[in-house]
Design a binder for this molecule. Structure first.
Ligand SMILES: [Zn+2]
Length: 593
């Protein structure tokens, strides 16, 4: 038995959750006010039989005991494992402890932390930090803010930092690995950051992973940051996340801006749920990072660059999040820093006016057209229908199809037919499976999950499956360990970077999956089948949980409003489930032909 299984055996989810929420037994389940969001009517449930939990309210998420502890304590899988192991009295083999790789990372965090302190001290105390201090004052930042964000100054010198750190026992190799020094062709090293305002970049767990820097003279580029290192991956880190986690959870919303100063000014003015994508457009990985905190995101877009591309990406994020993404468009030529400093009410106002990304796309496309003419109508359809087709959530897709029909005064049926064609051409690219296999017959859902493992083994051993985009999501995995491996697989480019991303406690399982013997042919159909089954199991289990709650609600004489609310929430999975069945039926027909 693996350590993970052993912990699951010994720990009762009811005991663990009881520490954070006051559970009341109702029938076979326990319910409580959700410990993750504030509510008046309890929509958080624990299922002792499946050892799982689910919040049917704002969180609309669930999982096993690991997922609960990870979310509640804001820690990663490895930390949750160690915490629960301790609780269960399970000894974790030393091979699961952070290995040499982990120690190297630990050291890199330390050297960055030391550098951040050095820079901060220079900004606050040294005479040479004058210019930087003036700049900070000119941007209206208070000393409290400077301390909170640990802003700093790098000397106009080639080896100020290098000397400081080597005197404190850090080796040149360590400075190089952390990206703090640059090596010349002759093999000499010098400070990377010189005469700049320094922004330490921390992750959600307060590790200093790297730096952003702003030139204080005319040198170009004005802004740059640490290079990619084992601990700094710009595409997955959000600036300010260490100071925003609590506010994002509390307000159940994250606002994503572009720059360091935007984030800092927002926080100084009490908008603590703001983080920055650091210059580039938001990445899938960043969305995944935020997803653990909230599903509601607002993108603050530049009036000049907010093009169709941004819209389409927004819809991509919606599919990742399984929720709506909103956008605000900033006044031309202004960034959030300007807007907030001019008038913070205006920022508040922009937030209130934030539009769902698809509605925004509608506005943008239709703004300059005459919707009465046939030509412009067909232009609108050409532009917007593919966008509508991208939306995975069937209810929302139907909503926007109606909106489009109303807007153009066309029948919904004619648009539906056109939409069907677009979807079919998308579908044809994906579905080529001749016949499903009988292999999934004997699989049991939940506690043990051979199907999840089979699916993971397939995708790990067949990189070509990555492009299939069959709608498999982390939530379709019921076991946290499998979910973790799946998320790492989504983010990594190859097996070695996947392994590096994964907690050492999961390496054993990963190796087992990579070496699992699999049939040699018909990989794609087998994968399709797996995905369908996983989704089906997920939706059915959700449906069953819902049904149980409905019964309870009715028994206890729940108010009509509560029932209506539950019903409203219940719509989505049943439609999705119906879809899965329809897919199955189609397949069966194809087979009989
Ligand atoms: Zn909740």
């Amino acid at each position: 038995m693996s350590v993970i299984d052993e912990i699951k055996q010994r720990i009762d989810i009811v005991d663990v959750v009881s520490q954070y929420a006051s559970l009341k037994k109702t029938g076979r389940t326990f319910r409580a006010l959700c410990p993750f969001h504030s509510e008046k009517h309890p929509s958080f449930f624990v299922y002792p039989e499946q050892q799982s939990w689910h919040c049917f309210g704002a969180c609309n998420t669930g999982g096993d005991v690991f997922a609960f502890v990870m979310k509640k304590e804001s820690i990663d899988f490895g930390e949750a494992l160690r915490l629960l192991a301790q609780r269960a009295g399970v000894t974790i083999p030393s091979r699961f402890e952070p290995g040499a790789e982990g120690k190297e990372k630990e050291r890199a965090y330390q050297v960055n932390e030391a550098a951040a302190q050095y820079f901060h001290n220079l900004l606050v105390n040294s005479p040479s930090g004058d210019k930087a201090r003036n700049y900070v004052a000119s941007r209206g930042l208070t000393s409290k803010t400077v301390a909170e964000f640990q802003l700093g100054y790098s000397l106009n010198s080639w080896d100020g930092l290098k000397q400081y750190l080597t005197e404190r026992g850090y080796t040149e190799g360590e400075l190089l690995a952390a990206g703090l020094v640059i090596q010349t062709e002759e093999g000499k090293t010098h400070d990377r950051f010189r005469n700049q305002l320094m922004f330490p970049i921390l992750d959600a767990r307060e590790h200093t992973t790297g730096f952003g820097a702003r030139a204080l003279d005319d040198s170009s580029p004005k802004y740059f940051n640490s290079p990619q290192t084992p601990i700094f991956d710009k595409s997955s880190i959000l600036y300010g996340i260490n100071l925003s986690t609590a506010a994002i959870r509390q307000q159940n919303m994250a606002v994503i801006v572009e720059g360091y100063m935007d984030t800092i000014t927002a926080h100084q003015n009490g908008f603590n749920n703001v983080v920055a994508s650091m210059g580039t457009s938001v990445t899938e990985k960043q969305v995944n990072t935020l997803k653990r905190l909230t599903k509601n995101m607002v993108l603050a877009l530049d009036a000049d660059t907010a093009g169709e591309a941004a819209m389409l990406r927004g819809i991509g994020y919606e599919n990742t999040l399984d929720a709506e993404v909103k956008v605000i468009i900033l006044p031309r030529g202004k960034d959030p820093d300007d807007v907030i400093r001019e008038d913070k009410q205006n920022w508040q106002h922009l937030m209130e006016e934030a539009l769902p990304v698809v509605d925004y796309a509608f506005n943008m496309v239709t703004a300059k057209l005459d919707l009465k003419t046939a030509r412009d109508k067909s232009l609108v359809v050409d532009k917007l229908l593919p966008t509508v087709a991208e939306i995975k959530d069937t209810v929302r897709q139907a909503h926007y199809l109606q909106k489009l029909a109303r807007l153009l005064k066309l029948s919904e049926r004619s648009l539906d037919a056109a939409l069907g064609k677009i979807k079919a051409s998308q579908g044809r690219r994906q579905i080529k499976e001749p016949k499903p296999q009988a292999m999934t017959r004997a699989l049991r859902p939940l506690l043990s999950s051979p199907l999840e493992e089979y699916c993971l083994a397939l995708i790990l051993q067949h990189p070509e499956l990555k492009d299939k985009g069959e709608g498999l999501l982390p939530k379709h995995f019921q076991s946290s360990e499998n979910r973790e491996i799946f998320i790492a697989w989504q983010q990594a480019n190859d097996l070695s970077s996947l392994k590096a991303q994964l907690d050492t406690a999961l390496h054993e399982e990963l190796d087992a999956l990579i070496n699992k013997s699999l049939p040699a042919n018909q990989i794609e159909p087998k994968y399709d089948n797996c995905v369908r089954r996983l989704r089906e199991i997920f939706l059915k289990s959700l449906e069953a949980k819902r049904a149980e709650i409905f019964a309870l609600e009715a028994e206890s004489g729940g108010t009509g409003a509560d029932l209506a609310k539950l019903e409203e929430e219940g719509i989505e999975p049943s439609i999705q489930l119906r879809e899965v069945f329809a897919q199955k039926a189609r397949r069966r027909q194809e087979q009989q032909r």
